[in-house]
Design a protein around this ligand. Structure first.
Ligand code: CP
Length: 313
């Protein structure tokens, strides 16, 4: 079993078997993180460029750590420290990077489709680390890994995703992944923060947090993405929190073994209360830890695909 592409551009296009392969591989590679010397030689001699045009704490640092644990050489650059600030275009930036012959480019960009654009023009393997409000595939994979670790399965689980679905790449990738793997997904938020044609996602829709959370096996809060909002989507943060925040009272109505997730960064007191974020049901920091093994698995499997293309070219 192998991946069908040398790029990871989204969950869209990944089969159930490919998702399971990535999660199983991550499970094996997680062991590296428990060793005294947390390093294997798998990507020795390979170069990875981490190209983050949008800010990131978790994704960027865990990609870098994953690359280092696999012994790759890494180069990091961001919009503010690159010639982007001098007006260099994305394609010229890519050509400049290509001249250094990296094996992988991990890209985060505010424009949906930027990783797909790069993949069409690049000899490197492109990994999407979040493109606008479109997709964030490695986040969905690490979320699925975390759920599977706690529940032993994805199939048949009721997963409530509550918050700003409209602007969330995490929601899009999670919906596709969870539905592909046979979970039941319920989406919840104010009507203004749910996408038009939401019925096309094939999920249950709830406008009240209580309806979404009751009986859920997994509750995932999404950040209110004020940086992507071009209008007033709700009267005030206070009112939003009253109606949609994950509070201890609401979480108590979920399944007795519920896990609470958040991709981060959190707006405490807005989409999630402090006691829930830090409570016993919360797996939010575990999600961060699991991101390293999942990103190692993605790099490892894509390196195999790129290697096969090189030898068959
Ligand atoms: N979840 C996530 O993408 O976090 P960062 O923006 O910190 O990478």
């Amino acid at each position: 079993m192998r991946l069908s592409s040398r790029h990871l551009l989204g969950i869209d296009g990944l089969s159930r078997e490919e998702i399971a392969l990535i999660l199983d591989t991550a499970e094996s590679l997680a062991e590296v993180g428990t060793r005294d010397i947390k390093k294997v030689p798998t990507l020795r001699g390979k170069t990875v460029v981490n190209f983050f045009v949008e800010p990131s704490t978790r994704t960027r640092s865990s990609f870098e750590l994953a690359e280092k644990r696999l012994s790759a050489d890494t180069i990091n650059f961001s919009a503010s420290t690159s010639s982007f600030t001098k007006g260099e275009t994305l394609i010229d930036t890519l050509r400049t990077l290509e001249a250094m012959a990296p094996h992988f480019v991990v890209i985060r960009h505010s424009q949906p489709g930027s990783p797909h654009f790069l993949a069409r023009h690049s000899a490197s393997s492109i990994i999407n680390a979040g493109d606008g409000a479109h997709e964030h595939p490695t986040q969905a994979l690490l979320d699925a890994y975390t759920i599977r670790k706690h529940k032993g399965r994805l199939e048949g689980l009721r997963v409530a995703i509550v918050g700003d679905i409209l602007h969330s790449r995490v929601a899009r990738s999670n919906i596709m992944l969870l539905k592909t793997m046979g979970a039941e997904v319920v989406l919840c938020g104010p009507p203004t923060l749910l996408p038009h044609s939401i019925e096309l996602f094939g999920c249950e829709v709830a406008y009240r947090a209580e309806q979404a959370i009751e009986g859920a096996d997994v509750v995932m809060a999404l950040r209110i993405q004020r940086e992507r909002m071009t209008a007033g989507y709700f009267p005030s943060l206070r009112e939003y929190a009253q109606l949609y925040a994950l509070t201890p009272e609401r979480v108590r109505t979920a399944a007795s073994d519920v896990i609470v997730m958040h991709p981060g960064p959190m707006n405490r007191g807005v989409e999630i209360s402090g006691p829930v974020a830090d409570g016993t049901e919360s797996v939010i920091l575990e999600q961060v830890t699991n991101g390293i093994a999942v990103r190692m698995a993605v790099l490892y499997l894509l390196a195999g695909e790129a290697g096969r293309e090189e030898t068959t070219a």
